[in-house]
Design a protein around this ligand. Structure first.
Ligand code: ACD
Length: 134
């Protein structure tokens, strides 16, 4: 938990995104959502209270809050409306988020005070999204 202290309560905005449309296609996300999802630049923030983390994402497309404890499975609805079972584990400043549904998605978020590097993998498709501190 210590490793994340310096990145809590900080806002990061999406600055670059590669291959995200391919990942959304692999997940079966419909055309409209792909078009909108591909153009927004969400702002994310990680907060913590007594071992419970909340990762918020705000954009004109959707506002979401993912509430979790490290290593404890939870149910989650993805931005495109799929219900998945998720687990988030921590290694230093890196959170690995695995979503199990019809397909398995792995989202690695590496936090530094300057940026969050997000790597999303579905099947053999990889998307990298960089969020910069605002
Ligand atoms: C982000 C993207 C998080 C996406 C992670 C895995 C792919 C799952 C679903 C994608 C479906 C639709 C995407 C639509 C909008 C994405 C941006 C809004 C996020 C709330 O967090 O950068």
């Amino acid at each position: 938990m210590e490793a994340l202290a310096s990145v809590l309560n900080k806002k990061y905005k999406l600055a670059s995104s590669e291959n995200f449309d391919e990942v959304m296609k692999a997940l079966g996300v419909g055309w409209m959502t792909r078009k909108v999802g591909g153009t927004v630049n969400p702002v994310i923030e990680l907060t913590e209270n007594d071992g419970t983390y909340t990762l918020t994402s705000q954009s004109t497309f959707k506002n979401t809050a993912t509430v979790f404890k490290i290593g404890e499975e939870f149910e989650e609805e993805t931005p495109d409306g799929r219900k998945v079972k998720s687990i988030i584990t921590q290694e230093g400043n890196k959170l690995t988020h695995v979503q199990k549904g019809e397909k398995e998605t792995t989202i690695v978020r590496e936090f530094t005070p300057e940026e969050v590097k997000m790597v999303i993998t579905v099947d053999d498709i990889v998307s990298t999204r960089i969020y910069k501190a605002v």
